[in-house]
Design a protein around this ligand. Structure first.
Ligand code: NAP
Length: 248
């Protein structure tokens, strides 16, 4: 198994892409620690995976003390941190730039960008001191790769995550820490539904895209596992798009 004995931290691990990624790592032998703000949702996800393979830590990645405590808790309870998946994110602040509420803008940047920075800061510091590791940040095909009207805050935050990933990769490759990103397109979670849209309506909208469909969360998870695995041992600072050809 690819991750036998490895300790894997996944922010936003209770739902969606994070939860599918947790299942995939656990199936490959890892112990997964799911982080997020909702203790009940995290506990339910841990139960689903099995408590012998999963654990959770309540953390808000926008809070510097909470992000630090998240990494300390993982290392303290499990004795190591080998892989970190910084997946927590929100869409938020929709609408044209002139109408974006300033507080909503701040929240998107706080979760999507500062949250990834704070998580990486502590994860990498731990990995650097303990023989290295791998970090995968979850960005988006909206940002560095493509843009859509009405999503300026989200696009700006994710473009920044893509650049932050590359810079962190350069900063820490010599420390034995590989940092990469995955940039999904529309994936089968509520985040890919337009306001008021049903999954059936989304399926109809997606028919006009090159692949004709949304991604399954397992398809994004598999890409994350590959980037975190030894199979990608010389892949550094890459931002792998998984969008069925939308931004090809
Ligand atoms: P989701 O189902 O809404 O899950 C988002 C997760 O982030 C939740 O578990 C949430 O947990 C966590 N989270 C939000 N704010 C947090 C905070 N301040 N601290 C800690 N955790 C926080 O979304 P998803 O669709 O799986 O998206 C996962 C990632 O993929 C996001 O970064 C998203 O931008 C990216 N992505 C998604 C799509 C898509 O179509 N679904 C496409 C491209 C990129 P709590 O609420 O419990 O804290």
């Amino acid at each position: 198994m690819r991750f036998d004995g490895k300790i894997v931290l996944i922010t936003g691990g209770a739902r969606g892409i994070g939860r599918a990624t947790a299942h995939a790592f656990a199936r490959e032998g890892a112990t997964v620690v799911l982080a997020g703000r909702d203790a009940a949702a995290l506990a339910e996800a841990v139960k689903e995976i099995g408590s012998e393979r999963a654990d959770h830590v309540v953390a808000d990645v926008t809070d510097p003390a909470s992000a630090a405590a998240m990494v300390e808790t993982v290392a303290g309870r499990h004795g190591a941190l080998h892989v970190a998946v910084n997946n927590a994110g929100i869409l938020g602040a929709a609408g044209p730039v002139a109408d974006i509420d300033t507080a909503a803008w701040d929240e998107v940047l706080a979760v999507n960008l500062t949250g990834v920075f704070l998580s990486m800061k502590h994860e990498i510091a731990h990995m650097r001191a303990h023989g290295g590791g791998a970090v995968v940040n979850v960005s988006s095909n909206i940002g560095a790769h493509g843009r859509r009207p009405g999503l300026a805050a989200y696009a700006a935050s994710k473009a920044a995550v893509s650049v932050l990933t590359r810079t962190a990769a350069l900063d820490h490759v010599a420390d034995g820490v590989r940092v990469n990103a995955v940039s999904p397109g529309a994936t089968d979670t509520p985040m890919s539904l337009l306001p008021g849209e049903t999954p059936a309506e989304r399926a109809e909208r997606m028919r006009a895209t090159p692949s004709g469909r949304v991604a399954d969360t397992a398809e994004v998870a598999e890409t994350i596992l590959w980037l975190a695995s030894d199979a990608a041992s010389h892949v550094v600072g890459h931002d792998l798009v998984v969008d069925g050809g939308v931004t090809a």
